[in-house]
Ligand binder design. Structure first.
Ligand code: NAD
Length: 487
């Protein structure tokens, strides 16, 4: 299989290569086969990308929003037209099953482009009446924004960051994860074809050091990072020390609470989607499944029965519902957590091993895994595993489960399944999480602000909220009377 792009980077409207940069092997996680070889950006290329972005940004910001919107709308059409190609690249690069990527990744970027093209012409400041005077505010772009992506949803990451940034009049330099660098290049091609002026969306490849160089460069004004909490702390710390803006979309260990009055079939579906979708590599996953003791055994039985039907296999086979993990390192990490869970005394209900995959033995496979008898202080219940490992915890009453759900440094997401309407809203109001669901899990439409609290992040992606994070307010006081002077 060969997915070698024309070159590693896309800068100032064209593919660019510099073979002096560190080699990045792009691997098909189902087999371990190298499908492309890229080079990390050298300091010269980082400079080139930032300069191109800065040069293009001012003219772009001066356009009428409807003119910027027109280009985003064309990009929307092109993303939809290339949906299947993007899905194949995404599945090959990340190992996530085609049964997901065909319906989620390009679609969510298309919707982001559609949304921001639609709303940006009506996104304005306010007028403030001050008696004889008045003031108005302008929502001005920040300038050159840095986007840094995680490896699980690379195309979505590039789209969710660039669509609002560009709509608001910024330029972007995007660095994909070194584990899934390919699809952001397709987005760059699409923007170019849609008529986006050169330099406004650039893709540079590299590891953390390239991300750091972009953030600390004097030409960048903001960083939007999707990644782990330790990386987020470093990057926001650096941005803060330079007084730059930062949006951090980080990890989680989210609670999914199933009350005794829950719609059981939907709760089972929710728990499965919250743990096994994308082979468990979803930041918002509800990996601590709190189940009321009275329905615990019944729910576990159904979850296990359904999880056994998951079709593990070649991500490019449309019948397959679960692919491998992203990398050998991630597979080892997940296996270590499974071993730890057993040592800590959790009961392994199913999975826990590497499935036998004929012809794909070099892939980073892992079985869907369910632990019961999990207690709050076990490491499998406290740390983000980022793999298909569900921990089930029994609870007895509402106040108790709220306190236990909140007893974590994370605060990305939370879910509640119950048919008791007052209880649903009462519990959600008390949960410390940025993204919550009642009677569903893991849906993230672009119309809804997305992001975490506590260590899970700062700022929001999606919805109108993202525009606030890609702009700054200028306040203008306008006098219509004489100046009062004490002098
Ligand atoms: P990671 O933190 O290892 O890397 C994320 C990105 O940051 C990569 O592009 C990496 O190259 C870059 N990076 C690393 N060190 C850097 C530095 N010092 N300066 C600048 N950039 C640096 O995360 P990952 O393993 O790619 O992704 C998995 C993590 O991402 C999980 O914790 C997951 O929960 C989280 N995640 C969060 C969201 C969200 O929206 N909240 C979405 C997806 C993934």
């Amino acid at each position: 299989m060969n997915l070698q792009p024309k070159a590693s980077h896309f800068i100032n409207g064209e593919y660019v290569e510099d073979t002096a940069g560190r080699v990045i092997d792009v691997v098909y996680p189902a087999t371990g086969e190298v499908i492309a070889k890229l080079h990390a950006a050298t300091p010269a290329l980082i400079e080139k990308a930032l300069n191109a972005a800065a040069a293009a940004q001012k003219e772009w910001a001066a356009l009428r929003p409807v003119e910027r919107a027109r280009i985003l709308r064309r990009a929307h059409d092109l993303v939809r037209a290339r949906n299947d190609e993007i899905a194949r690249v995404e599945s090959t690069d990340t190992g996530r099953a085609l049964s997901e990527t065909l319906y989620v990744d390009a679609v969510s970027v298309a919707e982001a482009l559609e949304f921001y093209a639609g709303v940006i012409p009506a996104y304005n400041g306010e007028t403030i009446s001050l008696g004889n005077a008045f003031a108005y505010t302008r929502r001005e772009p920040l300038g050159v924004c840095i986007g840094i992506g995680a490896w699980n949803y690379p195309f979505q990451g590039a789209g969710w960051k660039s669509a609002p940034a560009l709509a608001a009049g910024n330029a972007m330099v995007f660095k994909p994860s070194e584990n899934s660098p390919l699809s952001a290049l397709i987005l760059a091609e699409i923007y170019k074809e849609a008529g986006l002026p050169d330099g406004l969306f650039n893709v540079v490849q590299g590891h953390g050091d390239v991300g750091q160089a972009l953030v600390e460069h004097p030409l960048s004004a903001k960083v939007s990072l999707t990644g782990s909490v330790p990386t987020g702390k470093k990057v926001l710390g650096l941005a803060g020390s330079l007084m730059k803006h930062g949006t951090m979309e980080l990890g989680g260990k989210s609670p999914l609470i199933i009350f005794e009055d829950a719609p059981l079939e939907n709760a089972v579906r929710g728990a499965l989607m919250a743990n096994f979708y994308s082979t468990g590599q979803v930041c918002t996953n509800g990996t601590r499944v709190f189940v009321h003791r009275s329905i615990h055994d019944q729910l576990v039985e159904k979850v296990v029965e359904r999880a056994r039907e998951i079709r593990i296999g070649d991500p490019l086979d449309p019948e397959v519902t679960m692919g491998p993990l992203i990398s050998k390192a991630q597979q080892e990490k997940v296996l270590n957590y499974i071993a730890l869970g057993k040592e800590e005394g959790a009961k392994l209900e199913m999975g826990g091993g590497i499935p036998a995959m004929q012809g794909m033995e070099g892939g980073f496979w892992i079985e869907p895994t369910v632990f019961t008898n999990v207690t709050d202080n076990m490491r499998i219940a406290r740390e983000e595993i980022f793999g298909p490992v569900m921990s089930v915890l029994a609870f007895d009453d509402e106040e108790e489960v709220i306190a236990r759900a909140n007893d974590t440094e994370f605060g990305l997401a939370a879910g509640v399944f119950t048919n008791n309407l007052p209880r649903a809203h009462r519990v959600i109001a008390k949960l410390q999480a940025g993204m919550c669901w009642i009677n569903n899990y893991n849906l993230a439409p672009v119309e809804v602000p997305f992001g975490g609290v506590k260590s899970s992040g700062v700022g929001r992606e999606c919805a109108m909220a993202a525009l606030d994070h890609y702009t700054q307010i200028k306040s203008v006081y306008v006098e219509s009377d004489d100046v009062v002077s004490v002098f």
